[in-house]
Design a protein around this ligand. Structure first.
Ligand SMILES: Nc1nc2c(c(=O)[nH]1)N[C@H]1C(S)=C(S)[C@@H](COP(=O)(O)O)O[C@H]1N2
Ligand SMILES: [Mo]
Length: 179
């Protein structure tokens, strides 16, 4: 009884505060990423729009099952057009002059909603995973819509591909983690 009243009051006060606090579900907001900024430890920071991504060496492919961390299926991508993250980093040129500098680099992929995932240089350049880390702008034959785009990233060789599937990708930051 008391709990019920309490719950009702809480709901009422939340509603009263609604204009400031309420926000639409993620997919209904404009989360669209209109460009990808490549920043941090690079010689040439870049801002890439879809048209710029189309100029880079293409990495197009077929089926990728997007699976959540618990194994549930989120979606199946039947085809995609994109670019390997490695090729984007090579265009920006990693700022790592010392022989061992690259090995200390983390590459962080961020999205307009604050979602972020981490890669390492070793993973992207010196492991099988790197081949499958793709920044893509077309899915199933069409430009990405509000649900993932305009630009997204996926690490296709991950065991569960959901966690490092970054929708609304808008940043690639290169950070040196160790001095
Ligand atoms: N930008 C962004 N990308 C994201 C997420 C997110 O919250 N924001 N969630 C991730 C998670 S945890 C999963 S499992 C996959 C699939 O989620 P979906 O079911 O929402 O497509 O998207 C991933 N990409
Ligand atoms: Mo997830």
């Amino acid at each position: 009884m008391f709990k019920k009243i309490f719950a009702a009051c809480t709901a009422a006060s939340l509603l009263a505060a609604a204009p400031a606090a309420w926000s639409a579900p993620a997919a209904a907001r404009d989360n669209m990423s209109h460009a990808l900024a490549v920043t941090g430890m690079v010689e040439t920071p870049l801002t890439l729009k879809v048209a710029d991504l189309r100029q880079l060496p293409p990495a197009n492919g077929g089926e990728i099952a997007v699976t959540r961390h618990n194994g549930d299926k989120a979606e199946t991508i039947t085809s995609y057009r994109g670019v390997r993250l490695r090729d984007i980093l090579d265009k920006a040129v990693l700022d790592a002059p010392g022989h061992n500098d690259v090995k200390k680099l983390a590459i962080i992929a961020t999205a307009t909603d604050g979602y972020a995932v981490v890669f390492s240089w070793g993973e992207l350049y010196n492991a099988p995973a790197g081949e499958g880390v793709i920044v893509y702008y077309e899915k199933n034959g069409k430009a990405l819509d509000d649900n993932d785009g305009e630009i997204a990233l996926i690490s296709a060789k991950d065991i569960r591909t959901g966690p490092r599937h970054v929708k609304w990708l808008n940043g690639i930051e290169v950070r040196k983690l160790v001095e």
